[in-house]
Design a protein around this ligand. Sequence first.
Ligand code: ZN
Length: 368
Amino acid sequence: MRFTQSSLIVGELATGQELSIPVYRLPAQDLGAPKVFIQANVHGAEVQGNAVIFQLMKQLETMDVQGEVTLLPLANPLGINQKSGEFTLGRFDPITGVNWNREYLEHHCDIPAWYQQHSHLSDTELYHDFRLMLLAGCDAHLAQSWGVTTGKRLAVSLQKLAHQADIVIDLHTGPKSCKHLYCPEYDQHAASYFSIPYSLIMPNQFGGAMDEAAFCPWWQLVEYAASQGREMTVPVSAFTLELASQERIDMKDALVDAMGILAYLSHRGVVADKVEPVAMARYGCLLADYKKYHAPKGGLVEYLAAPGVLLKAGQPLANILRLDCYGTQEELTSVQLAQDCVPILHFASASVYQGTELYKMMTNIFEL
Ligand SMILES: [Zn+2]
């Protein structure tokens, strides 16, 4: 095995055992090549990313890898082990209710002041010092005297590794979902390398997720520099890949997604081997046009619209069955939408309260 293995300690259980995450690393051959950080399974039920990391490692073993690659499968030991009956919960911290992927640190850095102090530096020196500032922010947060929550300790420990990389990829899945990815607007062209048909194009707004934590501060820095007449490129790329549905391992499909990631890493010069992206139609949608459809009533749901398939206005989306209303007009309600869209994912359960987020849809899609 070419990878070194170590552990990242991210907490302690009540009984004293340490919570640890396996860390696999390939060292750089060329220190000028981009560094990569990939993690999987921060949401407990979203296990397919682990299979993708496995396939990625098998491929990388035989490749000419130039840049340092750090891989963290099983990146949330508490979430992954939070079982209830036959299902995995693990989307929210059970103590605080906070989504595990909204815990990353926003640095609240005074970019104008920082830039004024460092503007005499070259781009490379500026990037270097900015990275140190982000890492120091993570360290200070973890060391604060009032302590940090379980979720923040996990997230900021991961974020520290992510800040050391130039390419950050966070592997998730939807509940019942087709493949899609979150891609920052400045990096749209990157979407044409992954084996993923649908991309959500993100603005420069921090909502607490890993990808945003990795790219937002850099994007802010570059935008501020531009306002001062200095053109720089955003030196960090960060994506969240949603690899179809949760509670699913598919090794063949994992290889497809590993090859998509390798096509991107090949394009970026992380691996010297030439890996071509899969030829496929790829579509984008602005995050503002990514709509949630909430159940108009409670009941039992027959999901009719398949994720990833264009749904024309007026075509059936779902049926809602109400046995308490048998014999009335309410017994079976068909729901439709008034505009064309692509359903990307739907709720995993067939029983819903009124207001449950039933589907998420891309609207106003365009070809990438
Ligand atoms: Zn997720």
